[in-house]
Ligand binder design. Structure first.
Ligand SMILES: Nc1nc2c(ncn2[C@@H]2O[C@H](COP(=O)(O)OP(=O)(O)O)[C@@H](O)[C@H]2O)c(=O)[nH]1
Ligand SMILES: [Mg+2]
Length: 364
């Protein structure tokens, strides 16, 4: 399962955002042995399609897609030099597949800001700089090891060249996620668990009084940053939306209209994270189980089969495929889909699309 680490300066609202995600109404899965953890949670990805398919097939079991969220301790200035929790903290960041970066836009005299003023763009830069410095340290350690060798093997030379390119980029204070690296390069770098390479969702934590754009300091600049860097930006009314979870559905709807949001904070955050991870879902359906499976975008049919069971990949013959939308258009009936010609048989290399309903034909 893939996981998102929540990062940000102290008192930016990380724990509040974590509570919005895991608060009442959310399906939170216990860990093995029924253990729960105040700082980690496995959350169901809300998906209408799973609900519709469940109504249709009335299966014994319904299994939605899951994502893990981890509420990390605050990252402060100079963490990469060991300040605060420093390097120990950065190693937790390294474990995450994606980052949820909380920026404080709310003003609250009772909650001191570690940098004293409200300036989300500055805060983003502080935390981002720590990620960059940590990666720079890792890069330079490895490069100096390689430089100490008398002669480099060909693959070491490739690695050194790649790391030098990363180093130059980091020295320009740019995160590695901004480099467009190829699959092979990413594979070579995997072992370093670079933190500035991780995709990032930017969460602007607002106060309920900040509904209008012009009440949010630095919003225009932040929008430009997110657009040019390809980071999705989600606005969350942290404290308010955390409290909303305990209200009735009617009251929630009323407050949501006031905040001009159409979906709950939890949905916006979980969807945002799911998309950020480059994930999509395919489904398997039947009387026993309706299940959403998580795939990296651009996975093939045989890879999809392998996520269900390795036997299905090994003995893969064909995948029977119909996309959810087509399936529903044809009354949720495989027979009708077959007649309409939208039920197809596909081979190993078929690129699975989000929402495909698959049945794997296999032989072992
Ligand atoms: N006024 C206001 N206070 C907030 C908001 N979000 C968080 N806070 C408060 O800010 C303080 C720090 O929040 P917390 O989530 O613990 O921050 P963390 O240190 O980043 O985990 C808490 O007292 C929250 O109630 C908000 O949207 N508006
Ligand atoms: Mg906290």
């Amino acid at each position: 399962m893939l996981g998102c680490g929540i990062i940000g300066l102290p008192l930016s609202g990380k724990t509040t955002v974590f509570n919005v995600i895991t608060g009442s109404g959310a399906e939170v899965k216990p860990y093995a042995g029924g253990r729960t953890d105040p700082n980690r949670a496995i959350v169901e990805v809300p998906d209408e399609r799973v609900e519709r398919l469940t109504e249709l097939f009335k299966p014994k079991k319904r299994t939605p897609a899951l994502v893990e969220f981890v509420d990390l301790a605050g990252l402060s200035r100079d963490a990469s030099r060991g300040a605060g929790l420093g390097n120990a903290f950065l190693s937790f960041v390294a474990e995450a597949d994606a980052l949820v970066h909380v920026l404080r836009a709310f003003d609250n005299p009772e909650v001191p800001h570690p940098e004293e003023t409200i300036d989300p763009l500055r805060d983003w830069n502080i935390v981002e700089t720590e990620l960059i410095l940590r990666d720079l340290g890792v890069t330079e350690t490895r490069l100096s090891r390689l430089a100490a060798k008398k002669r480099l093997l060909p693959e070491e030379q490739v690695e050194a060249d790649l790391l030098k390119m990363c180093q130059e980029h980091l020295l320009e204070e740019r995160p590695l996620r901004d480099l467009s690296l190829g699959e092979d390069q990413l594979r070579l770098l995997r072992g370093f668990t670079f933190v500035s390479l991780k995709p990032e969702l930017v969460v602007l934590n607002l106060d309920e009084t900040q509904v209008r754009d012009d009440s949010i300091p630095g919003l225009a600049d932040l929008k430009v940053l997110c657009e040019t860097r390809g980071m999705p930006l989600v606005r969350v009314y942290g404290r308010m939306e955390m409290e909303l979870a305990s209200l009735s559905a009617d009251e929630q709807a009323e407050f949501m209209a006031e905040l001009k949001v159409e979906e709950t904070g939890r949905k916006r955050l979980v969807y945002g994270a799911f998309g950020l991870l480059g994930l999509s879902s395919f489904f398997t359906v039947g009387p026993d189980e309706v299940r959403a499976w998580t795939l990296k975008n651009r996975a093939t049919a045989v890879e999809a089969a392998g996520t269900i069971h390795s036997d299905l990949a090994r003995g893969f013959i064909r995948a029977q495929v119909v996309n959810y939308d087509e399936f529903m258009k044809n009354g949720g009936s495989f027979a009708a889909c077959r007649e309409a010609g939208v039920l197809r048989l596909e081979g190993k290399e078929y690129p699975v699309r989000d929402g495909d309903i698959l049945e794997i034909r296999f032989n072992v």
